[in-house]
Design a protein around this ligand. Structure first.
Ligand code: AMP
Length: 378
């Protein structure tokens, strides 16, 4: 089914074609017409299924000619669990709203940064993407009012509940007008998520998208036997020799991630690290540069990489192995989709050899190994 059959406006069809979205993803086929018809939706879909555009596009269309006239009264509220997701969702709204005849202003707010610019920026906002805690602070400061909300979106509701936002979410729900559209997205349908569904949604369209089964065979995997002290030189050698333009490198700790990216930069290779000890500004900058292809190497810890939507990468390098085979598969799954096969490289020090055997056994696939002793690294 093409995008043209979903009821979207010509300007959004142009936006989709500019964004190289050729055909709608399954969740979009179902969600877009339902949201355009102002129905409630419960979407059970893994990250990466395309749910963001699935709600952003119809919401933007519904807003055309229907924005609030009162200042600081937002029309659409999207609640998200993390700062990263807030920024990402805000970007998707901005990308598509640029094409619309009527200007729609989106603002992404989240904690951990100064509230002042957010307070000032609330003038004329139509779509607010927010983490619950910061939203409540903004409400307390009278910077934003929720009484004219037409549409509420809960994105990654399961994560919000895991992170303990239930109480704050309930406070927010109590401030919303009774008549509104509710859209709830979650990777899993846990009891907690189902409880919110029962309270919030009215006869929702339920959309269930199964996790895409990763085809390990599409990923070319290589292991390098390498001593701990030669990992840095081997990394530089591979980036140069394979002329790698974009690679996500996994490190086991914050300290290591910084160390790896510092060394790359000292050797003239553009790299940045992303981890929990970096400021929000630094994280956002690193991520957006990497996604737009302006940063060659992003060095990440597992925790950071999990929450951020970067996939379809040509290269992933395990500078250090993750502890669990599941994490290994998750890491390498960021490369090697049907349309663009990728390469996953793992550095195996003598201490890692046993662990790597266990990973391969669990994965059910043996990885081709190369001994770096035979390579002239210097
Ligand atoms: P999401 O699950 O919303 O985080 O989306 C995952 C990724 O898929 C994002 O990078 C989107 O830009 C991309 N995407 C979403 N819908 C489409 C589509 N119909 N065609 C191509 N890419 C898409």
């Amino acid at each position: 089914m093409p995008f043209t059959s979903l009821g979207l406006s010509p300007s959004l069809l142009i936006a989709l074609s500019d964004q190289k979205y050729q055909a709608p993803f399954p969740i979009q086929i179902q969600a877009i017409p339902a949201i355009l018809n102002r129905k409630d939706v419960l979407g059970i879909a893994p990250t990466g299924s395309g749910k963001t555009a699935g709600y952003v596009l119809p919401i933007l269309m519904n807003l055309q000619g229907n924005t609030s006239t009162k200042n600081r009264h937002v029309n659409v509220l999207v609640l998200v669990p993390t700062r990263e997701l807030s920024v990402q969702v805000g970007e998707v709204f901005n990308i598509f709203s640029k094409y619309l005849p009527q200007k729609i202003k989106t603002m992404a707010v989240y904690g951990g940064v100064s509230i002042n610019p957010q307070l000032m920026g609330m003038q004329g906002v139509n779509v607010l993407v927010a983490t619950p805690g910061r939203l409540l602070e903004l409400i307390d400061s009278n910077a934003v009012h929720l009484s004219q909300i037409d549409t509420l979106v809960l994105d990654e509701a399961d994560k919000m509940l895991n992170l303990g936002f239930a109480e704050e979410m309930n406070k927010i729900f109590a401030l919303l007008p009774i008549k509104r559209q509710n859209l709830l997205f979650s990777a899993t349908l846990s009891d907690d998520v189902n409880n919110i569904n029962q309270v919030l949604l009215r006869k929702p369209l339920v959309i269930k998208i199964e996790e895409e089964i990763l085809n390990i065979n599409l990923i070319s995997q290589i292991g390098y036997f390498v001593s701990e002290e030669n990992k840095g030189p081997l990394l530089r050698y591979l980036i140069r020799q394979k002329n790698i333009k974009q690679v996500l490198v996994f490190a086991s700790s914050v300290y290591k991630a910084d160390n790896i990216s510092d060394k790359l930069r000292k050797n003239g290779i553009d790299a940045m690290a992303i981890h929990s000890k970096k400021s929000q500004g630094a994280r956002t900058e690193a991520l957006s540069k990497f996604k737009s292809g302006k940063l060659r190497v992003l060095v990440a810890t597992d925790l950071m990489a999990r929450g951020i939507d970067i996939k379809n990468l040509p290269h992933v390098i395990n500078y250090e192995l993750p502890r669990s085979p599941k994490d290994y598969i998750h890491r390498i799954g960021r490369t090697g989709r049907a349309e663009s096969p990728g390469e996953a490289i793992s550095f195996i020090s003598p201490d890692d050899q046993h662990h790597f055997k266990i990973i391969q056994k669990k994965m059910g696939k043996w990885v081709t190994m190369i001994d770096s002793e035979g390579i002239d690294l210097f």
